[in-house]
Design a protein around this ligand. Structure first.
Ligand SMILES: CC(=O)[C@@H](O)[C@H](O)COP(=O)(O)O
Ligand SMILES: NCC(=O)COP(=O)(O)O
Length: 247
């Protein structure tokens, strides 16, 4: 069973259009968790374009007080600031992403072979009992890539599904992407790594993803789910994604 972690970046980005406290990130967190989401994902960026530092603490307080079984997944580049935030907030899962502060969004996974030493030191610094470390992974990382990811001591990889999400009108390329994602996932699982996935997953592209890539522990979804929620509300949107994930 693949769990759903709802990414709230887009809600925060909408809130930030004005200097006003709505839509409330914590309120939407409550709605999606009450609808059955297993966790909350955020990707605080240094410019606070969406999630602000204060949101990280507010969400942590909410989950600790009211949703002790929900998973808190924080994603980001392991700068000193990010690492200090993680050590302060203590989320259940940390997903390390190799992005530059100027990037519009995450657009590639780690170079596990080239950055193995750096990643190993970060993973060792962040590891704690009860906390998972996941590494953002290109769909075509293949056996060598995931072997190097495994060598860092990480618990999981997160498959970058952006290239798959981008071929919504190109079925042949979508099939090629699914094959790469599946091969990388199989190689990771054979080494004992758990597999998460995320980026531009939608109600439309999830069924084929689920059919092609088995054993995915968790998907984190924000942009597509928020787009659906604008039409159907966050409660219904969350339930629809959970039901698609259940098959
Ligand atoms: C790692 C990943 O794919 C997502 O967390 C993505 O980073 C979303 O970030 P934005 O919401 O800033 O585009
Ligand atoms: N880790 C991927 C994620 O959190 C969701 O990204 P998106 O659905 O907003 O593309």
């Amino acid at each position: 069973m693949t769990l759903l972690s709802v990414n709230l970046n887009a809600v925060a980005q909408l809130r930030n259009r004005r200097n006003l406290p709505w839509p409330s990130v914590t309120h939407i967190a409550r709605v999606v968790l009450d609808a059955g989401a297993s966790g909350i994902t955020i990707h605080p960026r240094p410019d606070e374009r969406h999630i602000r530092r204060s949101d990280v603490y507010d969400l942590s307080a909410l989950l600790n007080a009211e949703y002790p079984r929900a998973e808190f997944n924080i994603e980001g580049y392991p700068s000193e600031d990010f690492l200090a935030l993680i050590e302060d907030v203590r989320p259940h899962q940390v997903t390390l992403v190799p992005d530059d502060p100027a990037q519009a969004t995450s657009d590639h996974g780690w170079d596990f072979l080239g950055e193995g030493n750096f990643l190993t030191s970060v993973v060792q610094r962040l590891k704690r009992p009860g906390r998972r470390i996941s590494l953002f992974c290109d769909p075509d990382a293949g056996e060598d890539g995931v072997a190097a990811a495994h060598a860092t001591g990480a618990d999981r990889i997160e498959l970058f599904t952006g290239p798959y999400g981008a071929c919504f009108n190109d079925p042949q390329e979508a099939q090629r992407q699914l094959e790469a994602l599946s091969q990388t996932s199989v190689a990771a699982r054979a080494l004992g790594l758990g597999v998460n996935a995320g980026h531009d997953l939608t109600l439309e592209n999830l069924p084929a993803f689920q059919a092609a890539v088995s054993g995915v522990a968790e998907v984190s979804i924000g942009h597509g789910l928020t787009a659906d929620a604008l039409i159907m509300g966050f409660d219904s949107a969350t339930r629809r994604y959970i039901s698609v994930l259940a098959g």
